[in-house]
Design a protein around this ligand. Structure first.
Ligand code: GLA
Length: 381
């Protein structure tokens, strides 16, 4: 696979790459729309990853090519690079170079060949995978010595300020920092992280990922509006962030807010509680207990935060009806993917039940796969 990446690189850039780096997509187990509220998240990295083969250039240019692109190479000068200057997929890697340079790191030009098996638009963080694989490559190529969390922050800055998506830090931290066999328990305020062992196989369980094929797009304004709503609510409550509202104070706090902000606040506060509850269950080794927490999280995203859609709701409903211990949409919402916790013998049964429900509803057939917690960004060749 690594030789193949080097050969692909050579076909486009007429030289051997100095190395190959990979960074994964992610699913979030629980803790949705909490990251930009300074709250808790618990993602795992997927086995699916984006690979970047790269080498330095001495002329200050970036030459970017994607195996999933349109067959053309994007060629831009680093000097004078500014948000808005690069379109489509290439804005993600270009944004990483821009963010590094802007933060004062001595980066020069590079040739990149990108290849990915992370589904795009499926809520599985293909963007973060591309950013973090690029960041890991540049970190080594230019010997920047940045840590994984530092690279994640650079990647988030690229997405916020260069690509223009106001995302939180969860996806980039998951892609940069996750380790094999563990979920990443992250406090998004302090960036304190704990790798929590998650041995689904030993517990006789599987994590089924259901890509509903409804393309989600965080850039479409809905995500930004929700984020702004949460920040407005925190301001009205005179709190630095919704993270600072204890569950015990939720009811009186809601009374102080306009009606449209109440469900947002309720979701964030109860969702932070669900992350902590999940950590508790994991600590006791009771993985099956996660099921109802996931399903409760979905109800909150559907009824309070309102980021689910008919396809994600149906996938959750059909999975649970077919015997899943619990299920919920994962990621930003408005489409994307659902995760279901199922017993080891049941992924096929649950997948088929969801497929059949989608057929009856006239929805596009979903894509399903099982996932194990995998490794974060790393050099692979
Ligand atoms: C997207 C964003 C993340 C996070 C999730 C919702 O994936 O990129 O920062 O806000 O939505 O939890």
């Amino acid at each position: 696979m690594i030789d193949e990446a080097a050969t692909d690189f050579e076909a486009v850039h007429a030289a051997r790459p100095s190395g190959v780096w990979a960074a994964p997509g992610r699913v979030n187990l629980i803790g949705e729309h909490t990251d930009y509220n300074d709250g808790f998240v618990l993602p795992i990295a997927l086995p699916h990853a984006t690979r970047v083969s790269a080498r330095r250039r001495t002329d200050g240019r970036l030459r970017l090519y994607s195996a999933q692109g349109d067959g053309t190479t994007t060629d831009v000068a680093l000097e004078g690079l500014a948000p808005g200057a690069v379109a489509s997929w290439a804005s993600y890697p270009a944004g990483v170079f821009w963010a590094l340079a802007e933060a004062g790191h001595p980066v020069g030009g590079a040739d990149l060949f990108v290849d990915s098996d992370v589904p795009t638009g499926a809520g599985l963080s293909s963007s973060a995978a591309l950013e973090c694989a690029t960041a890991a490559a540049v970190n080594d190529l230019y010997e920047l010595g940045l840590s994984a969390p530092e690279l994640a922050l650079i990647a988030q800055r690229a997405e916020n300020a260069f690509v223009g998506v106001p995302c939180g830090v969860m996806d980039q931290m998951a892609s940069a920092c996750c380790t094999d066999g563990t979920a990443l328990f992250l406090d998004t305020r302090t960036l304190e992280q704990r790798h929590v062992p998650l041995d689904l196989t030993a517990a006789g369980l599987r994590l089924l990922v259901i890509d509903t094929r409804v393309k989600h797009d965080l850039g479409d304004g809905a995500y930004a509006a929700l984020r702004a709503g949460c920040e407005r609510a925190a301001g009205l409550l005179e709190l630095p962030a919704l993270r600072d509202l204890p569950a015990a104070d939720l009811a009186p706090a809601l009374d102080r807010l306009p009606g449209e902000l109440r469900p947002l606040v309720r979701h964030v506060v109860t969702e932070n509680g669900r992350v902590l509850e999940t950590i508790d269950h994991l600590g006791r080794g009771d993985l099956a207990a996660l099921g109802p927490v996931l399903t409760a999280g979905h109800a909150s995203l559907r009824d309070d935060f309102r980021v689910s859609c008919p396809e994600t709701d149906l996938a959750v409903e059909a999975a649970v009806a077919a015997g899943a211990l619990g299920a919920r949409m994962t990621g930003g919402g408005f489409g994307g993917s659902v995760i279901a916790l199922v017993e080891a013998g049941h992924p096929a049964v649950v997948s088929e039940a969801v497929r059949s429900a989608f057929r009856s509803a006239g929805f596009t057939a979903p894509v399903t796969f099982t996932a194990v917690p995998s490794a974060g960004a790393r050099r692979v060749g």
